[in-house]
Design a protein around this ligand. Structure first.
Ligand SMILES: Cc1ncc(COP(=O)(O)O)c(C=O)c1O
Length: 428
């Protein structure tokens, strides 16, 4: 594999774009810079072609939004049909109502919805809403909600006013005692508890139900960030899968198979409060994304897409684990099958990045794109044959790894280059 055109273009990008990319988790150094593609030429189904002409089976899938597959006909046709009519106008488009009807039917907590573009925008609107609804200022949060100040408040980041730090309190997922302790510590001040379900977190219905009850006991709302889990674990997201309905939820990736639309969805009395707040964006009713959302949601329901994601995701997990076990490499693929994660054990912290660099570079060389640790975002377009091809590639990589495992030769075979773009890493 050669990546010459990608590397040349990225050199240019570094002169024009701070850090060279728009998304922290998509920066080339997050993968295997120098031994991994950077720029896409075309994406179709579960495959992506880079500008050097190499073709890969992709599990990065834009960090989650692609649920059906790239260039998925029903969605492309819906976008094209709306494009004929218009993109955005001074009048509202019927697609706003059509998508809202589908969302409220599919998502257990959704009695009303409001659209945004990005995930961070929607989570920030949700934060404003819960504070306005309860008249309280503190938010208890577990996990990544996006870059805005409201969520960066607890991260002590340059540029974030320190006066916000008392408004956001973090708690560790899965530990009810810790959550209760924070609620007690900030008694009468907590507007809401926000959390998301990450792969491998061993989230259970019992934990989520208990967290919801604790929030309610303290007069706080219970909010689920379903930006990754929505339209992936079940048509109605993690709340349907785990059978726990939050007061409010946020969706983004997955709604429209890659078109930029996110939403806050929730209880009618809470959502109604938004009508009186200055929460308003020019592009909220952009119709191409909403037409794509309608087509995507219909397809997810009619084709039982999330059942398929579990099945094909399980095949990937089992195959990778079998390949690793056969080669004797201490690698595990685990977590939730539609968004599985991967880990190498028995590797020192110092060597961990090097091992991942080798794995990603060798998988890419065999036509497979993955991220360090996952998540592996399977889609409705990955076939069993695709998964088997990927598992065969992994078996080959593990066999090569085994030959040099625990020897300096493994590090010597890593072709990744260093590039310092002054990037600060903070997200998933
Ligand atoms: C759980 C979760 N919430 C919020 C966000 C922020 O979404 P966006 O990057 O669209 O602002 C992300 C992004 O990865 C996420 O994974």
């Amino acid at each position: 594999m050669r990546y010459d055109k990608s590397l040349e273009l990225f050199d240019k990008a570094l002169q024009l774009i701070p850090a060279g990319s728009q998304t922290s988790s998509k920066r080339p150094q997050a993968f295997a810079y120098g031994a991994y593609p950077i720029y896409a030429k075309r994406a179709d189904g579960c495959r992506i072609e880079d500008i050097d002409g190499n073709v890969y089976i992709d599990f990065v899938n834009a960090l989650g939004p692609i649920v059906l597959g790239y260039n998925y006909p029903a969605v492309q046709e819906a976008i094209a049909a709306q494009l004929e009519k218009g993109i955005i106008s001074g009048l509202l488009w019927p697609a706003e109502v059509e998508a809202a009807e589908l969302l409220t039917k599919m998502i257990p907590c959704a009695e009303m919805v409001r659209y945004f573009k990005g995930g961070g925008e929607a989570t920030s609107a949700a934060a404003r809403l819960v504070r306005a609804y309860t008249g309280r200022e503190v938010i208890l949060n577990s996990g990544y909600r996006g870059w805005p100040d409201v969520w960066a408040a607890a991260r002590n980041e340059p540029g974030v006013p320190s006066c916000l730090s008392s408004t956001l309190v973090t708690f560790p997922f899965g530990n009810l005692e810790a959550l209760e302790q924070k609620l007690e510590e900030h008694k009468g001040k907590v507007a809401a508890v926000f959390l998301d379900i990450t792969s491998g977190s061993e989230a259970t219905s019992a934990y989520l139900q208990a967290a919801k009850e604790l929030a309610h006991k303290h007069g706080a709302l219970f909010c689920m960030d379903e930006i990754v889990t929505g339209f992936r674990l079940a048509p109605g997201g993690a709340q349907e899968y785990f059978g726990v309905t939050p007061d409010l939820a946020v969706f983004a990736k997955g709604i429209a198979n890659g078109m930029p639309v996110s939403c806050v969805a929730g209880r009618r009395d809470v959502m109604q409060k938004m009508a009186g707040l200055t929460i308003s964006i020019t592009y909220g009713g952009e119709a191409l994304s909403l037409a794509a959302a309608v087509a995507t949601m219909r397809e997810i329901k009619e084709k039982k897409v999330t059942d398929y994601l579990w099945q094909i995701g399980r095949r990937l997990m089992d195959g990778l684990n079998r390949a690793a076990a056969n080669s004797g490499i201490p690698f595990t693929c685990l977590g939730l099958a539609p968004m599985s994660m991967m880990k190498f054990s028995e590797v020192s912290a110092a060597d961990n990045q090097m091992v991942w660099s080798y794995f990603l570079q060798e998988m890419a060389a065999r036509g497979v794109l993955m991220r360090r640790g996952g998540l592996n975002f399977v889609t409705y377009s990955h076939t069993e044959a695709d998964i088997d091809q990927v598992v065969a590639a992994a078996a080959d990589v593990f066999a090569g790894m085994k030959e040099v495992w625990n020897t300096p030769l493994l590090a010597q075979r890593v072709k990744v280059r260093e590039v310092n773009v002054g990037h600060r890493s903070f997200s998933s």
